[in-house]
Design a binder for this molecule. Structure first.
Ligand code: FMN
Length: 185
């Protein structure tokens, strides 16, 4: 069982990164193989919008997106994690989401059977961000809408999530539920 987490926060060791690590740590403890990709550490350029992906055998932009997309398609479970930036996902995650257009034009979807979202905000914008992610998940995965696992919480400064025992526990439960959901299939 392989669980891949894509993290949209550019802040290494930040709140989102920390909560994802908690979830993956628990999943690994329960036997899953896990991997976390901090998108900001790789070259994931925004979509060029030529709208002609279908004419090419791979995306014309040669950056890190292609291998990340391969992992994304092959993973059994995928976690999409982001802080809220102006009521939405970060630019790093949005760039990756838009680059999925290549898969769409080739009628490909991720084979993941469990999908989870982790969203962190200082105070507002979680609902809008969750909405965006759910609409996207509906397009790129073959899982029912009510099958999406969710974790959201409030944190602002670096380390705030770490000092919130309730949120930490919720993140670990999220990792456990992800494994249980995959085991039940
Ligand atoms: C550019 C930017 C925009 C933000 N916009 C929002 C927002 O709309 N709503 C909110 O509650 N917090 C907002 N925040 C705060 C972050 O969501 C919050 O600090 C979060 O904990 C950062 O997560 P991280 O540590 O994983 O990077 C924003 C932060 C930045 C840097």
């Amino acid at each position: 069982m392989k669980i891949l987490a894509l993290v949209g926060s550019p802040r290494l060791g930040g709140n989102t990164d920390f909560l994802v690590a908690q979830a993956l740590g628990e999943a690994a403890r329960l036997g899953a193989r896990t991997e976390k990709i901090m998108l900001s550490q790789y070259r994931v350029a925004p979509c060029l919008g030529h709208d002609d992906c279908g004419s090419f055998e791979s995306c014309v932009q040669k950056d890190d997106t292609s291998w990340i997309l391969d992992k994304f398609c092959e993973a059994d479970g995928v976690i999409l994690a982001t802080p809220v930036y102006y009521y939405n996902v970060t630019a790093q995650l949005k760039a990756f989401m838009d680059r999925n257009y290549y898969l769409y034009t080739h009628s490909q979807k991720s084979q993941a059977k469990a999908v989870g979202i982790i969203v962190v905000a200082q105070s507002e914008g979680i609902e809008d961000t969750v909405h965006t992610l759910k609409r996207y998940i509906n397009e790129v995965f073959r899982i029912p809408k009510d099958g999406i696992l969710e974790l959201h919480g409030f944190a602002f400064k670096l380390g705030e999530a770490k000092n919130n025992p309730k949120l930490v526990k919720q993140a670990q439960e999220f990792g456990r539920k992800m494994v249980e959901s995959l085991e039940s299939i």
